[in-house]
Write a protein that binds this ligand. Sequence first.
Ligand SMILES: NC(=O)c1ccc[n+]([C@@H]2O[C@H](COP(=O)([O-])OP(=O)(O)OC[C@H]3O[C@@H](n4cnc5c(N)ncnc54)[C@H](OP(=O)(O)O)[C@@H]3O)[C@@H](O)[C@H]2O)c1
Length: 324
Amino acid sequence: MLAWGIIGTGDISDRLVADLSTVPGATVTAVWGRSTERADGFALSHGIPFATASRDALLSRVDVDVVYIATPAHTHADIAIEALEAGKHVLIEKPIATCAADAERVYAAASTAGRFAMEAMWMRFNPLHIEVIDRVREGLLGAVHNVRASFGTPFQARGRILTPGQGGSILRDRGIYPVTLAHWFLGEPASLVASGVFEDGTDIDGHATLENRQSFAQLAWSGIRFLDLTATVTGERGWITIDPMFWAGSRARVHAGSVERIFGVPEIVEHPRQGNGYGPMLGAVTDAIGRGRLEHPWHSHADSIAITRTLDAVLAGMSASPDV
Ligand SMILES: NC(=O)c1ccc[n+]([C@@H]2O[C@H](COP(=O)([O-])OP(=O)(O)OC[C@H]3O[C@@H](n4cnc5c(N)ncnc54)[C@H](OP(=O)(O)O)[C@@H]3O)[C@@H](O)[C@H]2O)c1
């Protein structure tokens, strides 16, 4: 049985721990919160035996094998390194860090400690995305030359997302999904153009074109307006569209394989979401650690660093070319 410790008692911890309780071979033994009251309350609502407001107290426990970190983005790297140096494996919420150099520090610390580390990119473990990736790699679309994906809603973003001092960034919070999807099919871009809207020093809306020699991705993200919540990958023989919300998608339409499917009725691929959707990633991490792996091949250290590097480059492009 792999014992999990939880760092952070916010919204996502609440939803993820609910899914963790359904993963075979996993148990939650401890939780850390910034205040004793919130840690105790979280432990009570999830039936966790140990709660503390001291991270040392959690990290020194022998009944914690792996730590899940769900605090604001600017704290991820340092807390992850603290946990790795204490001998724990780590699963770190996205974005793993607020710059590629910090992501590299985390994975270097994991290598030194000989412990598993992964950014919690749950989208990669969604059965729908697994099927889409597998079928594209098997050649269903031929060579892929375009990805188009967006994630925009005008709803009030959470405070941490709008606070620059807390690593706030709509790009790193939402744009990371379109950027990650583009990396799956097209790799790291050779060049890009980007522009965005900033408010009080935080990016709240943006779009970018990522380019390679024979392919390009058109990506957009926003916390102030709707941008359709679908993603499409297109190749020489057709395209696949993942329906809203694409990053947590359960349905895709395949416009490939026959003239009828391209121009008429597409093939429907469905994988209904289980729980809050984090179970497949948590099962994969539990399994990988059980096998003694230090990273997961579906979201490796190199993948995560390359994606963070692209986010850095997009943000630099947006800063150089703000929409007024
Ligand atoms: N995978 C997903 O679907 C998904 C969805 C949403 C968010 N996320 C990621 O998950 C992380 C947390 O998001 P959330 O929505 O759960 O945020 P949240 O509800 O605001 O919770 C943040 C947690 O971090 C604690 N915290 C705040 N400032 C801190 C600091 N300086 N040092 C240490 N802990 C601090 C908070 O403690 P207090 O309660 O004391 O303030 C709270 O426990 C973010 O990195 C976000 O990008 C992932």
